[in-house]
Design a binder for this molecule. Structure first.
Ligand code: XMP
Length: 518
């Protein structure tokens, strides 16, 4: 792999993704890694990320300088560039000349080096630093400078060590991806051969080795991650895999069919649907508190899954091949973040299909553990999954149960399903699916307002549209949808959905609002 060394900022994940966009496999490691540990991973290149500190600060993240002696090509970025300069005998000065944001840079030496070769002499890059490299180490050529930073990039082609002060991984740096690719493909000579086809082949072999002849269970939600994870496992072990889909009655229109018909048709997986609709409705009767709803839905989900699991385990044992494995759609950001261990407040008790109890006696199969979401989608497409599944926007595990403000009843679900499918259909028809992250449609079941329809007075419920734009759902902004699309959705919902006489738009960012209403 190419190792991306994390110096404690948010940049490492982005760099890892950009490296993969250059068709090279990357892994994130801590800056505390030693030269021996690096050598054991047998990397073909190393990228040092930016970080929040000054190299002079007490407690600044340290880095084992022996790593520069391993003969592995290294690219230092921002803080990583300064770490490299310091370790190799250059100088870093606290000049007090902060550079932040879009900054013009001049490539002063593009001849004879591969990093910035073929790049325009004048370009704009993204900077974020206080300290600056004031002197390049011996044997290094200075490649670029800015008005206040004389050494903005350097190279030692012979040792294959390179550094840039700016952030080539952010889109605001013109030619940023080209810098990364020049480092990877030309300086380090790494082939561009990481692609969905290879990932699938690699995972299939790994799963076969792990699972052998045992049976494997998967809880399918209809979402991207579990669908793709199950499809890879199925490709590896065929009908040793059984998927369980719990219909909790809180799904949107057509979702059960998407799984039972489209997904099964495209993958051939063996699917067991647990129809738990009544069980959930009974458990939710009379409940209005959002956290209580979430807890009940989580609990009932586990109950239904375990019931199905017991039956399948018994059946498998009777056949002589026990179920030993459980598939989980864990993604790379989850793996990296849970290693970080920074505590976050419990805003809502999230439930997803991964939220199964820990005492299930299974070993985990996690074929997506090394992948980012966009890669998971690409793999899903490569595996021939339907676009409605691989392109699906996020949908919460507790489903429509947390989009009815008030008690959840069959009637209200039916009403919300209609409103939701109108909104989704119109957003899709307007070509807006890629503009929005997701658009929850919420029923205010305990609110009623007066309206007029035909010649009569109505007293109905409002529907809230909550279109949001986001990168990762941690923060979000409300999407400025075109008025005519909003008008169309509003007209159709008030005309076609009995009991709704008003459609309102949620114009709150996150924070302070969350994306879901409960
Ligand atoms: P909030 O409402 O916390 O939502 O801003 C952030 C993102 O998470 C989704 N969400 C969930 N996803 N199980 C899930 O799998 C849950 O319990 C859950 N609750 C919220 C929400 O749709 C948004 O994308």
């Amino acid at each position: 792999p190419v190792l991306v060394v994390d110096f404690g900022a948010q940049y490492a994940q982005l760099i890892a993704r950009r490296v993969r966009e250059a068709s090279v496999y990357s892994e994130i490691v801590s800056h505390a890694i030693t030269a021996d540990e690096v050598a054991a991973k047998n990397p073909i290149g190393i990228v040092l990320s930016g970080g929040p500190s000054s190299v002079y600060e007490e407690g600044a993240p340290q880095f084992d300088p022996a790593i520069f002696e391993l003969g592995v090509p290294v690219l230092g970025i921002c803080y990583g560039f300064q770490v490299m300069a310091t370790a190799l005998g250059g100088e870093v000065a606290q000049t007090g000349n902060r550079e932040y944001g879009a900054t013009p840079v001049t490539v002063t030496d593009a001849t004879g080096n591969v990093l910035l070769a073929e790049q325009p002499t004048e370009q704009t890059v993204w900077m974020s630093h206080g300290d600056s490299v004031s002197k390049a180490p011996e044997g290094f050529t200075v490649l670029a400078s800015t008005a206040s930073t004389p050494v903005a990039a350097f190279a030692n082609d012979e040792k294959r060590l390179y550094g840039v002060q700016w952030h080539p991984e952010v889109k605001h740096s013109e030619h940023g991806q080209h810098v990364l690719e020049s480092f990877l493909h030309r300086a380090a000579g790494i082939a561009a051969d990481w692609n969905s086809g290879n990932v699938i082949a690699e995972q299939v072999a790994k799963i076969q080795a792990q699972v052998g002849n045992s049976r494997v269970l998967c809880a399918l939600s209809g979402g991207v991650d579990s669908s793709v994870a199950a499809a890879i496992v199925h490709k590896a072990v065929g009908d040793q895999l059984v998927c369980v889909f719990v219909d909790h009655g809180l799904l949107r229109a057509g979702e059960r069919e998407q799984v039972e018909i489209d997904y099964v048709a495209s993958t051939g997986v063996r699917l067991v649907t647990v129809d738990a609709r009544e069980q959930f409705m009974t458990a939710l009767a009379g409940v209005t508190d959002p956290e209580t709803k979430r807890k009940i839905i989580g609990r009932e989900f586990i109950r239904s899954f375990e019931q199905a699991e017991r039956d399948l385990v018994a059946e498998a044992a009777a056949d002589g091949e026990p179920i030993r494995f459980l598939v989980q759609g864990t993604l790379y950001p989850d793996v990296v973040e849970s290693g970080g261990g920074s505590g976050t407040a419990n805003i809502k008790s999230h439930h997803n299909v991964g939220g199964l109890p820990e005492d299930l006696q299974f070993e985990l199969v996690e074929p997506l553990r090394t992948l980012f979401k966009d890669e998971v989608r690409a793999i899903g497409r490569e595996l021939g999954l339907p676009e409605v599944i691989v392109g699906r926007q996020p949908f919460p595990g507790p489903g429509l149960g947390i989009r009815i403000v008030g008690e959840v009843t069959e009637e209200r679900l039916e009403l919300l399903r209609k409103a939701d499918s109108i909104a989704r259909a119109e957003l899709t028809a307007a070509g807006l699916d890629n503009e929005i992250w997701q658009c929850p449609v919420v029923l205010l079941a305990d609110v009623r307002s007066v309206g007029v329809q035909g010649d009569g007075r109505t007293y109905g419920h409002p529907i809230v549209l909550r279109p949001v734009s986001s990168e990762d759902a941690m923060t979000a902004d409300w999407t400025r949808l075109p008025y005519d699309v909003l008008a169309k959705i509003s007209n159709r919902i008030t005309n076609e959905v009995d009991g709704v006489n008003r459609v309102v738009l949620d114009v709150t960012s996150k924070p302070p609002g969350t994306i879901e209403w409960e």
